[in-house]
Design a protein around this ligand. Sequence first.
Ligand code: SAH
Ligand code: TYD
Ligand code: ZN
Length: 414
Amino acid sequence: MDLSKTLPTMVPCRICGGTVYECLDFGRQPLSNGFLKPEDVPHERYYRLAVGICTACTMVQQVHEVPRQLMFHDGYVYRASGSSLMRKHFEHYAEHLLATDLNGEDKFLVEIGCNDGVMLRAIHEAGVRHLGVDPSGGAARVAEENGIRVRIDFFERATAADVRAKEGPADVIFSANTISHIPYLDSVFGGVDALLAPQGVFIFEDRYLGDIIARTYFDQIYDEHFYLFSVESVRAAAEQYGFQLVDAEHMPVHGGSIRYTVARPGVREPSASLLALLEQEREMQLGRHETFAGFAGRINGIRDDLVRLLKDLHGDGKRILGYGATSKSATVTMFCGIDSGLVPYICDTTPGKQGRLAPGSHIPVRTPDAFRDPYPDYALLFAWNHADEIMAKERTFREAGGRWILYVPDVHVI
Ligand code: SAH
Ligand code: TYD
Ligand code: ZN
């Protein structure tokens, strides 16, 4: 990634219309959840993955937009319930909502991007009125099989107005790892305005730019993550759309996420943790273009170290497998040029990924059984955010002398 030779690309900010200067360029990338059948390889679609920062509102955003119907459709393979950590995370939060904002007569919760129902399950079981909205039919039908109500659709202004007309106002609109996927936030907030009860809250959690930069989690950047949110940029966006950010809570999931609470102006007092996070971001200079120059340098360092390590091990006759065919891994394999010559296959529990080829790299995806048959010498852990769960499950690999390779926050072997 060499940004010194050319003038940066400039595009208008999707939020405020200000100037977005490109600051990271990952080059040609596939659709990160576009797992392929071998016969689909010649038709695979690519786009340029580049990220910029708005000089006015500080929102970090992609410079090019991938059409939403290419990413989120009936065949979308990601299943949110695949991790026991995330199941517990959402179950706890559902319990919290049931005891607070959803405690009372005929409360109504709408979830944007409910996927297979990982969060709505507990809401449904508690008998609380709810509706999930998600365009990915395959995942939504898993939720429906568990009794959860889902509308298979993109959440936007028109969808929300229709839900409001049919079902009345929502007390809580919740979303996890989805709002950052949606370039048209004006329409999303317009929908929230149409649907949310006057005293209601819009709560969403997403991966945090502060952690992505501090720990060089460059693989959190891929097609679906159109925005990389900071507290300051979400505060500015909420205000732009006539709302107020009233709380921000830092959480460890997915390498570091923030849960934002947005309300109509004056409904709630801004929390102490929100003010503290805003102050911390100013100290980190998170909103500055220059911060990304250091980030780009560290990303290049990881790529060089990882490629060197994999090639050295391969040269020594060691067998290396991948673990976790994450969306994140598309950025890593493409940016580093890792293919099936270095990593013959990746093991993953997701049925829709198994038997397919990973996007871009075309590394085959197999079941976790194929990991034990026989164990490799090294395993490249693409699903590093599930390290504890996976390493516990695969304890005997380590006991048999196997080693895990991690590449964030730097390349290391454990
Ligand atoms: N909430 C789950 C799933 C996140 S994956 C979790 O936290 O793990 C992102 C989900 O957002 C996908 O299921 C995708 O289909 C959905 N999505 C993408 N754009 C959307 C939109 N405009 N409205 C509603 N859901 C959307
Ligand atoms: P995840 O990190 O949640 O998401 P993303 O695609 O956004 O990067 O994906 C984790 C992947 O790892 C998912 O494909 C399922 C797989 N996985 C396993 O194979 N075994 C496991 O024990 C866990 C927790 C996940
Ligand atoms: Zn802006």
